[in-house]
Write a protein that binds this ligand. Structure first.
Ligand code: ZN
Length: 101
């Protein structure tokens, strides 16, 4: 005998033709609880439905501002290191001119 698997979506109704009875199929929707990236508290259920990662708009804005500030700090540190490395290589090039052995 051949068996058929049928997957129901949330708004479909399962009907069994042999006995003529209609049954509603309950569908469980699993929503993962998330923690806010800014404050590490639980994201409210309704926002979790839409896969939000912040508990509110204010925390989302603050998180983005913090990340921008952090990125600028890292870039300025990298620029300072690059300047220092260039100065050191320029000083080394002046001390040891090419061809002087
Ligand atoms: Zn938050």
């Amino acid at each position: 005998m051949k068996s058929h698997a049928h997957v129901l979506s949330a708004d479909q109704v399962l009907s069994i033709p042999s006995c003529g009875v209609q049954q509603e199929r309950k569908v469980r929707i699993v929503v993962r609880t998330r923690l806010c990236r800014h404050c590490k508290r639980r994201v409210p259920f309704f926002r979790s439905l839409f896969k939000a990662v912040f508990c509110n708009r204010t925390h989302e804005r603050e998180y983005v501002q913090n990340m921008e500030t952090l990125a600028l700090e890292r870039l300025s540190i990298a620029a300072e290191r690059l300047k220092l490395a260039m100065r050191q290589s320029m000083g080394k090039a002046l001390a040891d001119p090419p061809g002087a052995v």
